[in-house]
Design a protein around this ligand. Structure first.
Ligand code: NAP
Length: 320
């Protein structure tokens, strides 16, 4: 990218009320050595700021930036930004789309499916106890995985699981005409029941929107095959936590692998901790490479400053 065309170095604010954004500084300096970075309580003269990179930005802060050209999520989701009631919705909002992030998610979701399908938890126990104890070895072809959300990440996971032999279905809002080989597509509310009926493992890779909040609830669990396994790598608010515990107690679900929670970190004493039916991971399914965040932010800012459309701009009407 040629930044010499600009009269001054870009000024980027790093905004979060839950994360120390200092971790992004070396990557932004590598991508643009003379960048003007702002963060923390004192952002300096606000009219300098061209772009804001966000993860749960303090509510109201974006609205105070008079010359803001770009709002950039440092992640795939944007729910943490649109939650700000004062969000200046007329400013372009972009998200990260990256093959490295997709690779991390493919690895996590494949692990989550395989550890359940092959009973790996039992081997951790038998190995620790010095016992040679076989679990059933069921062919992946006889194990059905459903991915709710066939976007960038869901599609990548569906393709990987189909490639290693699982029977894979996916569900999205709109019909898909570019499904990977071996993946069966379902879409819309009318096809949700048929999709859910084919999920020995259900993976949630939906964005969090008003339509998908609480998607993983008792009514949905009742439509899964008895004893199904849930993987939630979307957002914590997709899940109605009490309904999950009831479904596990009733045997309607047998296990859950959860990476996202309504409250993060998951607080001490939460019923999910120590429940041997639930595997908790601390929102690590995948991460965006810091340099990718810096490069995509600067490229999007340059595009907008040149009157061009930035990459991966979010449709705020659609909500993702
Ligand atoms: P994306 O490309 O925007 O894809 C979203 C998918 O969900 C699309 O297939 C979309 O359908 C579908 N969808 C949206 N609303 C729907 C509805 N109401 N009913 C049915 N389907 C609906 O998103 P992505 O990049 O794959 O990311 C998905 C989510 O993963 C993110 O929003 C984030 O919450 C989560 N995530 C988690 C982690 C982690 O570490 N745990 C990391 C990255 C991302 P259409 O295709 O028809 O539009």
């Amino acid at each position: 990218m040629d930044l010499r065309a600009n009269t001054r170095a870009p000024c980027v604010a790093l905004l979060s009320e839950v994360l120390d954004m200092q971790y992004l500084v070396p990557a932004f300096r590598e991508a643009c050595p003379d960048i003007d970075l702002r963060m923390g309580a004192d952002l300096g003269p606000l009219e300098d700021i061209d772009a804001a990179v966000c993860w749960f930005p303090p509510h109201g802060q974006l609205a105070q930036l008079p010359k803001l050209t770009l709002v950039q999520s440092l992640a795939a989701g944007i729910d943490h930004i649109v939650a700000d009631p004062a969000l200046p919705r007329e400013r372009p909002l972009c998200r990260i789309v990256d093959t490295g992030m997709a690779a991390g998610m493919k690895a996590y979701v494949t692990w989550a499916v395989v550890q359940q399908h092959r009973g790996m938890k039992a081997y951790v126990a038998s190995s620790a106890a010095g016992q040679w104890q076989e679990q059933d070895v069921v062919s992946p072809r006889r194990y059905r995985v459903g991915i709710a959300g066939l976007g960038t990440l869901g599609m990548a996971c569906a393709e990987t699981l189909a490639t290693i032999g699982y029977e894979v279905s996916g569900w999205s809002r709109s019909a898909k005409h570019d499904l990977p080989a071996g993946v069966t597509g379902f879409h819309g509310d009318a096809q949700l029941d048929a999709f859910l009926a084919r999920c020995d493992t259900l993976v949630c890779l939906l964005p969090l929107t008003p339509q998908t909040q609480g998607f993983l609830d008792a009514a949905l669990f009742a439509r899964l095959p008895r004893g199904a396994h849930l993987v939630n790598v979307g957002r914590g608010d997709h899940l109605v936590e009490a309904d999950l515990l009831h479904a596990l107690d009733a045997g309607q679900l047998s296990a859950a692998t959860l990476d996202a929670f309504s409250q993060e970190p998951l607080p001490p004493g939460h019923p999910f901790w120590g429940d041997d039916r639930i595997l908790v991971t601390p929102h690590i399914a995948t991460r965006t490479d810091r340099l990718v965040i810096a490069q995509q932010t600067l490229a999007n800012l340059a595009s907008l400053q040149q009157g061009q459309r930035p990459a991966n701009q979010v449709d705020l009407e659609r909500g993702y």
